[in-house]
Design a protein around this ligand. Sequence first.
Ligand code: CUA
Length: 336
Amino acid sequence: MRSPRLPLACVALALAASPARAGQSMLAPRGPAARDIASLGSPVLWIFGVVAIVMWLLIAWVALRRRGSLGDHAPAEDAGGQGWILIGGFAIPFAILAGIFIATLATMNDFPMHDGPPRPAEIEIVGHQWWWEVHYVAGPLAGRVVTANEIHIPAGRPVEIALRSADVIHSFWVPQLHGKVDLVPGQVNHIRIEADRPGSYRGECGEYCGAQHAHMILHVVAEAPDRYAAWLAHQRTPAATPANAVAQAGQRVYLAQACVLCHTVRGTRSLATIGPDLTHVASRGTLATAFPNDRAYLTAWVTHAQSLKPGAQMPDLTQMTGEETQQLVAYLEQLR
Ligand code: CUA
């Protein structure tokens, strides 16, 4: 019985690997929608695991049994093995798949999106190749604010989100909080997400959308309501005035370079909306969705974005002197 060892080891490895990446595991739910999915997904995983083990045991049994020659078994008897096919190949798979199908419909039907009347979205997310534009649209028009890639929500209550796309189909997916919902050009989709308690939940674009699809990461940061309110109030403020000479020089570099053609820094004359809003870029945990937001990556991103994320709309800015680059980075670093 050597054959089953490898598949068994693979199943064990797969099961062991999931908790290790609990930060993005649908088997470690942290919200009601994800819990609904996990309560369906976990038994399905176990059922399929058992089916796989039984299949491998049967294959091993057949391989080791090997009785007689090919001639002894050909032609097959008319009724030979039909019971196996009827029960093992039809009845059991039909029963399992029908059960899972019904359970899936039930899960979809009581998904948190569907209870109560539709509510207006608090947050609008626009998918871009390859980043997330995030609009906070609750309350009066004057209080609206735009950020990118890091989505803050209050913990412990449902948040309505509207999803749009600026280019191709993307998919919004934070496995610990909810199931995938696509961002489709020309259409608005809705999702309601809820995190049980404060924390940072990693997600990724769940639909192949071009060269940097794998670098289209997002984080949902759930905070206690008062901290969330404070965060939102801070995001509404215009950008910090550069406090020292280096950052002031950096702001002049920023305003003289191509940066202003694509980005917004509220409080300056840089008001373009092609790329992410940079008003509070230094307050975000990641840079360009996929990299640590530190000085080294910021410098590399500003000068050689195409090396970090080939195909992204951010061009390499190699025309600046080393001093200008340092000043620009110093300016961006204090946009907290
Ligand atoms: Cu956006 Cu994949």
